[in-house]
Design a protein around this ligand. Structure first.
Ligand SMILES: [Zn+2]
Length: 63
């Protein structure tokens, strides 16, 4: 893999770049994190929608 900061090739398991000393951030982990964030937002949206739907059904049933 390559360092994001200076572009130097570093070992896959390297924690810091041997060229610039900056911490190595795995691109795969970052992408997965962004995807997870989007998924959580979507899940929250759907959960809220289902909750409101059930609440509406409960109100209608109660009347
Ligand atoms: Zn670097």
């Amino acid at each position: 893999m390559y360092c994001r900061h200076c572009g130097k090739e570093v070992k896959d398991k390297a924690v810091v770049c041997s060229g610039c000393g900056q911490p190595i951030e795995e691109a795969g982990g970052g992408a997965a994190g962004a995807g997870g964030g989007r998924w959580s937002w979507f899940t929250m949206f759907v959960t809220t929608g289902v909750f409101l739907l059930l609440l509406l059904i409960a109100i209608i049933s109660g009347l």
